[in-house]
Design a protein around this ligand. Structure first.
Ligand code: COI
Length: 355
């Protein structure tokens, strides 16, 4: 059945797959909601968007994305509110970042109003898929890729923008062991590290696999030229608590401007926690670990929200963080953020956007 929306064509799925989902045991990223949003860019303009049942899409084997990697994405979430409604969390921040990534990767920007309408319409349609249990939410994955069928290297002229959603539980089931990476690099100055470009993630897989073979779950990425400064933690921003102060690597050309990162910083400041956003050296962190003043270490990201580290592997030794029972900052940030996103507490910042 096709119904005309004011902005998008909507083709509803015939049978919802929702009854097949065990909402009490949702793993991250394997289950997809009923509908997907698709909008194509051709001849220098965006065509009318379509919402249709989730399913495979056709592609030419010569699609440029498959060869030269012009692909970007975002990760964002919708939360079930205490009053039963659903809200998107800071969608306009993700839209802005998506369009910065698009610019860096030589792709067209998606008009912010159409992007937001698509999110509201899609999540509204699949509203029943927004989970209500603790630690669960609807993960939203907007992405765009090059679709020209062409083999020469150049920016594509045509693109496809899509959004799908999936109900998710926790990304990590327990605190993670991370290794300070001093050989491989996630991003270099002048590169694409500050963009959410698909290739950044592909490049991280081999070093992460090697770290896995050494017994670590994730990497603490360091700067490309000296490997002396902490950048990110796996696919998240990194944060540390030393002598009660929250230390967060400052954003740069090589560090993603995370929405969870900036939300946590704002909340920390408003809770009266001292925050420093600056360069953090591996040496400073290692000295704090040796002196016993490194109290907490965690990642901040959309998928994993506030994700605790239990061990940091330095060059010659492993430092085990103090027991989580003694932590104060990360649990406060997690709780405050969680309550705000679920409408349990007030949202003084206007971050929740109702669907
Ligand atoms: C997110 O937090 O949304 C991420 O970017 C992680 C994702 C690659 C699973």
């Amino acid at each position: 059945m096709i119904t005309m929306d004011t902005t998008f064509d909507v083709r509803h799925c015939e049978t919802s797959a929702i009854d097949e989902v065990d909402f009490d045991n949702i793993a991250f990223g394997n289950v997809f909601s009923d509908h997907v949003f698709i909008m194509d860019y051709e001849n220098s303009e965006w065509k009318k968007g379509v919402i249709q049942p989730f399913g495979p899409i056709k592609m030419s084997p010569a699609s440029m994305v498959l060869h030269y990697g012009q692909a970007i994405f975002e990760g964002m979430k919708a939360y079930r509110q205490q009053d039963g409604s659903a809200s998107l969390f800071r969608p306009t921040d993700n839209i802005k970042r998506f369009n910065l990534s698009a610019k860096r990767m030589c792709m067209p920007e998606v008009p912010a109003n159409i992007f937001l309408q698509a999110l509201v319409k899609l999540v509204g349609l699949d509203n029943d898929w927004v989970p209500s249990s603790d630690d669960a939410s609807l993960y939203i994955r907007p992405f765009m890729f090059a679709t020209d069928s062409h083999v020469g290297v150049r920016a594509s002229n045509s693109y496809r923008f899509m959004i799908f959603t999936c109900p998710v539980g926790a990304y990590y089931s327990k605190p993670v062991r991370v290794k300070v990476e001093t050989e491989y690099t996630r991003a270099a100055m002048g590169g694409t590290g500050a963009a959410k470009a698909a290739g950044n993630y592909a490049g991280s897989l081999y070093p992460t696999k090697k770290a896995g073979e050494e017994g670590y779950d994730q990497l603490l990425w360091t700067d490309a030229s000296t490997h002396s400064f902490i950048e990110e933690c796996g696919t998240m921003n990194a944060a540390f608590v030393v002598k009660g102060k929250l230390l967060v690597p400052a954003t740069s050309d090589t560090i993603l401007d995370g929405v969870t990162r900036k939300s946590a910083i704002q909340i920390a400041k408003d809770l009266g926690i001292e925050v420093e956003e600056r360069i953090i050296s591996v040496e400073e962190l290692e000295n704090a670990a040796k002196e016993g003043t490194l109290q907490e270490a965690f990642g901040l990201g959309t998928a994993a929200t506030v994700s605790l580290m239990c061990t940091i592997g330095f060059e010659t030794w492993d430092f085990d963080l103090p027991s989580v029972d003694s932590w104060s900052v990360a649990p406060q940030l997690k709780k405050t953020l969680e309550n705000l996103r679920r409408g349990v507490s007030e949202d003084p910042y206007g971050w929740n956007v109702p669907v």
